[in-house]
Design a protein around this ligand. Structure first.
Ligand SMILES: Nc1ncnc2c1ncn2[C@@H]1O[C@H](COP(=O)(O)OP(=O)(O)OP(=O)(O)O)[C@@H](O)[C@H]1O
Ligand SMILES: [Mg+2]
Length: 244
């Protein structure tokens, strides 16, 4: 039996409330060393607990390990030592297939450079994110339309991302990230390519998602972005420090 099956007792009425006491994210002595001469210790034995509904920012200089951390949290990479529990599930023991299932169903991503499919419409970009996420087929279109309505893009459904403004593209990416009701939204420099007005729009959306109970981890260089978060974590040289 796979790790996912083991920990999925069946559909809960509200998955976000199902394990109230279990942190969404828990890192225990987690390290990520990249091989080389010399090897790079990008994360050095870090501990972190992110509870349900937390809004956490991670701020630190270039090369400090921010993207490495986000890739591990997003199950896109594996640590070289230590444990990562997602919703209490020990992800280190999970197969690649189980990790993909967890990622599709529980994690939403927003990247600095949007990562939209250029030859697919706005609606298709959001719809495609529902494919491997456990959203029933019959609900996919309505969910995608609702997500795009939420980010104020109902009037751009048939547009290609290439003709949208940067702010609009990032709002499509946010709709795509939340369409499957993830347990956590991970963002890597989400406002890095945006002007101040569009940054403010994306941050307002994050605030709204947070008010609705979503857990957010946002990686940034920008103090304006981290000011929105309820918890601020500084990363330097592969080590984390909570800022009071
Ligand atoms: N695949 C890799 N192989 C070797 N070293 C790597 C690899 N990926 C990252 N590193 C190194 O690990 C360290 C942390 O990199 P990371 O990308 O996490 O930094 P970052 O904080 O995201 O920086 P930035 O703000 O510039 O995006 C850096 O020293 C980097 O050179
Ligand atoms: Mg980075």
């Amino acid at each position: 039996m796979s790790v996912v099956e083991l920990f999925e007792p069946g559909p809960a009425p509200d998955p976000r409330a199902a394990h109230e006491h279990v942190p969404v994210i828990e890192l225990r002595g987690l390290s990520r060393t990249f091989p080389g001469t010399p090897p790079v210790e990008a994360l050095r034995g870090v501990d972190l607990r992110v509870g349900r509904g937390d809004y956490v920012s991670v701020i630190g200089p270039s090369g400090s390990g921010k993207s490495t951390l986000l890739h591990i949290l997003g199950l896109l990479d594996r640590p070289t030592a230590g444990d990562y529990l997602l919703d209490g599930l020990p992800t280190g023991e999970a197969s690649d297939e189980d990790r993909a299932t967890l990622r599709g169903g529980r994690i939403g991503f927003v990247f600095q450079s949007f990562h939209l499919l250029p030859h697919r419409s706005v609606l298709d970009n959001v719809l495609l994110a529902t494919l491997y996420s456990g959203v029933p087929r019959a609900e996919r279109r309505d969910r995608a339309l609702a997500a795009l309505d939420r980010v104020g893009l109902s009037h751009r459904l048939d547009f290609l991302p290439t003709v949208l403004s940067g702010g609009e593209r990032q709002r499509v990416a946010v709709a795509r990230a939340v369409v499957s009701s993830p347990h956590v939204l991970l963002a890597d420099e989400p406002t890095g390519n945006l002007d101040s007005e569009n940054s403010a729009g994306v941050l307002a959306l994050f605030d709204e998602l947070h008010r609705d109970g979503l857990t957010l981890v946002v990686i940034t260089h920008d103090p304006t972005v981290s000011a929105h978060a309820g918890r601020r974590i500084r990363i330097a040289d592969g080590l984390l420090t909570e800022v009071a």
